[in-house]
Design a protein around this ligand. Structure first.
Ligand SMILES: [Zn+2]
Length: 98
């Protein structure tokens, strides 16, 4: 029997009885728009700065300027996640926590 657990609340998910959601997040470095612009106008200094920003992103864990992660979620965490995928603080809305 294949056993899954929710990556958000660690609850075990019985794949036979419960719905399991797989969330795939793909992050890409968006440099394409700049490249299509008039590169002639970009000074060497600016190019170095762009490269520096690129390297900073790699240092932050973006593997080769793109990153993909996959998470298993239980149905409850899925519905919470899809309401707020960026985990923005929702203080003041008044969710009651059990
Ligand atoms: Zn969960």
């Amino acid at each position: 029997m294949i056993h899954y657990s929710c990556d958000r609340c660690n609850k075990s998910i019985n794949a036979r009885e419960e719905i399991r959601y797989v969330v795939r997040i793909e992050v890409q470095l968006a440099v394409g728009e700049r490249e299509n612009g008039e590169l002639d106008d970009v000074s060497l200094e600016e190019l170095e700065q762009m490269l520096g920003e690129f390297e900073d992103s790699v240092d932050e864990g973006l593997d080769e300027a793109a990153s993909e992660k996959t998470f298993d979620l239980c149905s409850r965490c899925y519905s919470e996640y899809i309401d707020n995928p960026l985990a923005i603080e929702t203080m003041g809305i008044g969710f009651s926590k059990n």
